[in-house]
Every structure is written in structure tokens, then in C-alpha cells.
Write a protein that binds this ligand. Structure first.
Ligand SMILES: [Ca+2]
Ligand SMILES: [Ca+2]
Ligand SMILES: [Ca+2]
Length: 233
């Protein structure tokens, strides 16, 4: 028996290292062959940085857009500043009789309010513009109609602003204006529509254009409180 154990021991001593050596080689071979597979964890995720970069580019694009809008706003404000009113020509009526000179002076003051090109004469376009402006100014509540109160305000304003021009005649002239405004109300409902207002003044200005050239000069024009009849003041 001891002989058998000794034999087995010798066998193990000889074969074990061999087996160990073989298995080690196999392992090394495996390691040498396998290296290829483990590779490339696809660093492709790097491109994941690109999508992050894209939004940055978009933001940069929107920035110039905002600055352009700012420039547009600034540019839009400039035209308004460019609008400059001309200066009315000072007319000399000293060669007329005192009464006519006084009348022409009053008329010229009214013309100058509407004479946007400052040539001293009222062209049709200037009259149309003035009619629209006067109506919208009088229509305080912007409902497109002059109420009794709004019409009364026109009369009050005339009385207050024309005292110097008419002196002692102011009450008489004021009553004349009251009648005139009442006449604008064609359907007599106590209100003056924009259409009634336009119709009245376009008709009035047309009748004043004696030489029928479309324009009204100081000899043709009459203020709101001047009668169309010659004999009146
Ligand atoms: Ca003019
Ligand atoms: Ca109104
Ligand atoms: Ca004329």
C-alpha cells in the first residue's frame, strides 16, 4: 500500500504542474484572442455633444433678430420727427380798406389753420382733411356722432377763442354759429353725423369757390360766422 500512495504522489507531482501549465497557456491564448471583442465602447456618444451645441447656435441666431427689431422701432420713430409744419406766409392787407383788411385778416387766420402747404390758399384736399380733423376733434366720445353736448362745446370754444376777433359782435356771431350747426342736423334728431358734417362743409366750400378753380383764396373764403350774402358784415 505505501508503495501505491508513493506512486500516486509522484504522479501528481509530475502531472499537476503540467496541467497547470497547460491551463495557463489556454488562458493566455484566450486572452490574446479575446482582446478584439471588448474594444470600442463606441465613443460615438461624443456626437451627443453636437445636439447640445445645436441649441447654442439657435440662441445665437435669435439674438441678431432681436437687435433688428430694436433698430426697426428706432427707425419707425424717426419719420414722425421729420414731420415739420411750414410757416404760413404773412399776408399784407394794408392796401385794402380798414373794414376789408380786418375781414381778410380774420379769414386768413382760419385759412392758415387748414392750409397745410402754407401757400395761403385752401386746396380741396386741405379742406377735406380739415373737415375730418374738425369733426373727430369735436367728437369727444368718438362715437361718430356729434351729440348736443359736443355741438355745444364747439359753440363755447368759438365764443371763448373769437372774442378778440369779433369784439362786441361776439354774441351775434355766436348765435349765427348756433343756427349754422343746427342746420347741419338735416334729420333734426339733435345729433350731427359725420356724413351730415361733411356734406354741410363740402357744400359750403363749393359755393364759396366763386371762380370755380377748386381752391379758395382770402377773397372767396368766409368764416363760419360770415353770411354767404354780400350785404352782411
Ligand atoms: Ca394750401
Ligand atoms: Ca360723439
Ligand atoms: Ca377759387
Amino acid at each position: 500500500m505505501p508503495v501505491l500512495y508513493a506512486f500516486i504522489a509522484v504522479f501528481l507531482l509530475i502531472s499537476a504542474p503540467a496541467m497547470a501549465q497547460e491551463s495557463a497557456r489556454d488562458y493566455i491564448d484566450r486572452m490574446m484572442r479575446t482582446p478584439p471583442p471588448p474594444i470600442v465602447e463606441e465613443t460615438v456618444p461624443a456626437p451627443a455633444d453636437d445636439p447640445a451645441a445645436a441649441p447654442v447656435a439657435e440662441q445665437e441666431e435669435t439674438l441678431p433678430a432681436e437687435s433688428e427689431e430694436t433698430e426697426e422701432v428706432v427707425a419707425a420713430e424717426e419719420p414722425e420727427a421729420e414731420e415739420e409744419a411750414c410757416t404760413p406766409i404773412v399776408q399784407d392787407f394794408s392796401n385794402q380798406s380798414p373794414s376789408i383788411a380786418k375781414r381778410y385778416t380774420r379769414r386768413q387766420a382760419e385759412i392758415d389753420k387748414m392750409d397745410t402747404d402754407c401757400d395761403g390758399i385752401l386746396q380741396p384736399e386741405e379742406r377735406t382733411t380739415a373737415i375730418e380733423t374738425q369733426f373727430s376733434t369735436a367728437d369727444a366720445d368718438e362715437d361718430g356722432v356729434l351729440s348736443k353736448a359736443e355741438a355745444a362745446a364747439i359753440i363755447d370754444a368759438f365764443k371763448e377763442n373769437s372774442q378778440g376777433a369779433y369784439g362786441g359782435l361776439i354774441d351775434k356771431k355766436t348765435r349765427k354759429l348756433e343756427v349754422r350747426i343746427k342746420n347741419m342736423d338735416k334729420n333734426d334728431d339733435g345729433k350731427i353725423t359725420a356724413a351730415e358734417y361733411r356734406s354741410y362743409y363740402q357744400s359750403r366750400y363749393k359755393s364759396l369757390d366763386k371762380n370755380n378753380d377748386g381752391a379758395l383764396d382770402v377773397r372767396e373764403f368766409k368764416t363760419d360766422v360770415e353770411s354767404r350774402r354780400r350785404r352782411s358784415d
